[in-house]
Design a protein around this ligand. Structure first.
Ligand code: PRP
Ligand code: MG
Length: 182
């Protein structure tokens, strides 16, 4: 077993660039939700790193909950099949909800979650996503708070995995082809 960074071909976004963007997004959320107590909903598993950093940069009361859905197997392509593996603990009726995602790819995961949560009558429902890959979009999803656009390459790090590994890389990276088994 090697150190994860030995498998990195290219760093797309450094830890410093990510930190600055997280600060900016947290600042916007702080201003927009002043006087409210939003519920941040992290989409497990990858979003937990982004959520943990984002909430600590917000100068605002907030609560946190999680949902876990599954749409990918161990490969790199979306099957388009979304299943709820873990639902929210909280009742979101009348709450200001912010979905926190690491990446929007086809959009299938978020569009399914948005449809599901809208039926529960939240006071508001917005999306905060660190990354978007617009070239892969199959369904448009409204992302109010967006970090970066990334090219159509399989990215890992800052919570995002390949076959379960590389979530602990502090940067957003592309791996060497041999690391993807190709
Ligand atoms: C990834 C990513 C998003 C979703 C985006 O999660 O974290 O949740 O896929 O893809 P989409 O826009 O095509 O639906 P994944 O299902 O791989 O699971 P994980 O978060 O547990 O790693
Ligand atoms: Mg995910």
């Amino acid at each position: 077993m090697s150190e994860p960074k030995l498998d990195v071909r290219e760093v797309l976004l450094s830890a410093e660039e990510i930190r600055e963007k997280v600060d900016e997004l947290a600042g916007r959320i702080t201003r927009d939700y002043r006087g409210e107590k939003p519920l941040l909903v992290g989409i497990l598993r990858s979003a937990f790193v982004f959520l943990a950093d984002l909430m600590r940069r917000m100068d605002l009361q907030c609560e946190v909950d999680f949902m876990e859905v599954s749409s990918y197997g161990t490969g790199t392509a979306s099957s388009g099949v979304v299943r709820i593996l873990k639902d929210l603990q909280e009742d979101i009726t009348g709450r200001h909800v912010i979905l926190v995602e690491d990446i929007v790819d086809s959009g299938l995961t978020l569009s399914y979650i948005l449809r599901t949560l809208r039926q529960r009558d939240p006071a508001s429902l917005e999306v905060c996503a660190l990354l978007t890959k617009p070239s892969r979009r199959e369904i448009e999803v409204p992302v109010r708070y967006l970090g970066f656009e990334v090219p159509d390459e399989f990215v890992v790090g800052y919570g995002i995995d390949y076959a379960g590994s590389y979530r602990n890389l502090p940067e957003i990276c592309v791996l060497k082809p041999e690391a993807y088994g190709g």
